[in-house]
Design a protein around this ligand. Structure first.
Ligand code: HAM
Length: 479
């Protein structure tokens, strides 16, 4: 029997693959990550990469023993002579804080803004938008507890979705207070749920002893029903003075900048390290319960991991969820460009010449050649399938004269040039966008202004206009 990929994982495929969708397009993933990089690096974030697997203790302590991630969703990796197993990373934050502490990044100017992207692993129940290997784009800021940093982090998240062309996104903002506020809230929740414990799911009975707040993000329908019946007070009602002042300051900045958000008093987030500001971005197209991304402040995490007190805040997007949302909004995603030049020999003896021309052209552009001679009709068909822009047919005449007959398969234009002119010609041509211009290219250059509160009616989410549909966008790294 043929071996298939593990449940909850995806192969990311090249352009033109049968059944290609944005979710599994390697080009769409690269395009999205590049867009996020563009926004984040302009804001001063620097790339960091941590290992795909970490000590189990890092995840248990960092993410929290009472979370679903630690209790049910960790992939453990063993090897011969193992010391007890590593964990495939179920998120990026704990590892970035570990790397910050371990590598003395505290010595860099604060606040230090970092970003990363890559695969994340959680053994969840698989459904649309919920996978066992998925990808995140992650942004973290270490070394400042200023609410201005919180507001900037949220604004950057909105900038990323706007850069992608997404429109129908809601920012749901809350606060989960300081540890003492959370403790008070847990006392309240324990009091409330204890007399109804028999109606709680088994998981939530366990949560009731360990960390009652986790009952609020239970995925069990019965638990959610009970929550609604009991009209549970939100965490926001339990904020202490300092956390409340911090939260109000964050909102003040967001309002001043016109960054749209709605207050969501019920936000608790699924990880234990959060305190104070917490938020999620939601989109109708991926379902009410599935966030596009989320984040929050985690000032106590460095100490939990054995380091000195270090304030921190950050967020992560789920790349697959963003791609589903883009698809739901009908934004056409890049499939990838074909080669700029395709050299086809008309006779077998000229195939090596065609290859040598393509090798030389690679100094300036993506250039390919046909591995066998073809007749012109077959060559054009083959080139079209490959998404070629310029085809060069090479016969003995051209080899003798040192010329090339070129045809642009997008515009129909024909040119005869000397072989010595090829590099300059391709260089000039690679600067011209393909005939079908990318909607995303247009978007990048004509960036919409920050949403203004007065525009709220036309654009309820205030995220700016999406780019027009259709097109053949450029991919990062393709000439
Ligand atoms: P999170 O909310 O657990 O936060 O995950 C962030 C995003 O990853 C989610 O909003 C969702 O889009 C995506 N995601 C989560 N689980 C899955 C899944 N099974 N399949 C597909 N996508 C998924 C964190 O991971 C925090 N580390 C974020 C953060 C950074 N907080 C502070 N800094």
């Amino acid at each position: 029997m043929a071996i298939t990929r593990p449940k909850g994982t995806n192969d990311l495929l090249p352009p033109g693959s049968p059944k290609l969708s944005p979710l599994i397009s390697a080009g769409a993933h690269a395009w999205l990550t590049e867009k996020a990089r563009h926004v984040l690096e302009r804001a001063g974030a620097q790339r960091i990469e941590t290992p795909i697997f970490e000590e189990a203790e890092l995840v248990k302590r960092g993410v929290g023993d009472s979370t679903d991630i630690v209790r049910k969703e960790m992939f453990t990796v063993y090897y011969f002579g193992d010391h007890g197993g590593f964990i495939l990373r179920p998120e990026g934050t704990a590892a970035i804080v570990r790397a910050y502490l371990q590598n003395g990044l505290k010595q860099l100017p604060a606040p230090l803004k970092l970003w990363t992207s890559g695969p994340i692993f959680r053994a969840e129940n698989v459904q649309k938008g919920r996978y066992r290997q998925f990808h995140q784009v992650d942004y973290e800021v270490l070394g400042s507890s200023d609410p201005l940093v919180d507001a900037e982090a949220i604004a950057l998240m909105v900038d990323v979705v706007r850069e992608l062309g997404l429109k129908e996104v809601r920012v749901k903002l809350g606060s989960i207070g300081d540890p003492a506020d959370r403790e008070a809230y847990n006392v309240y929740l324990r009091g409330l749920f204890t007399s109804h414990a028999d109606r709680l799911s088994d998981d939530s009975k366990d949560r009731l002893t360990r960390n009652p707040m986790r009952i609020l993000d239970s995925k069990s329908e019965g638990d959610q029903q009970l929550l609604a019946e009991l009209a549970v007070k939100p965490m926001l009602d339990f904020l202490g003075d300092e956390a409340r002042a911090h939260f109000e300051a964050v909102q003040g900045y967001l309002q001043a900048w016109g960054v749209p958000y709605t207050l969501d008093p019920s936000i608790v987030r699924g990880l234990d390290y959060y305190r104070r500001t917490a938020w999620e971005l939601h989109h109708e197209g991926v379902g009410a319960k599935s966030a596009l991304g989320g984040g929050g402040r985690y000032d106590g995490l460095a100490e939990i991991l054995g380091g000195p007190p270090t304030p921190g805040i950050g967020w992560a997007f789920g790349v697959e969820r963003l791609l589903l949302a883009l698809d739901a909004e009908g934004v056409t995603l890049p499939q990838g460009e074909g080669p700029l030049l395709y050299v086809v020999a008309l006779d077998e003896e000229n195939v090596p010449h065609a290859a040598r021309l393509a090798f030389a052209a690679r100094a300036v552009a993506r250039a390919e050649f046909a591995y066998r001679a073809m007749k012109p009709g077959g060559a054009f068909k083959d080139a079209e399938r490959r998404g070629v822009r310029w085809i060069a047919l090479l016969g003995s005449q051209e080899v003798e004269n040192g010329t090339l007959s070129l045809k642009n398969l997008h515009s129909g234009e024909q040119r005869v040039i000397g072989v010595s002119e090829l590099a300059a010609f391709l260089e000039a041509s690679s600067l011209t966008p393909p005939l079908h211009r990318s909607p995303h290219e247009t978007h990048r250059h004509d960036r919409p202004p920050l949403p203004h509160p007065r525009r709220a009616n036309r654009d309820p989410a205030g995220l700016g206009e999406p780019p027009p549909r259709s097109g053949r966008p450029d991919l990062p790294g393709t000439a």
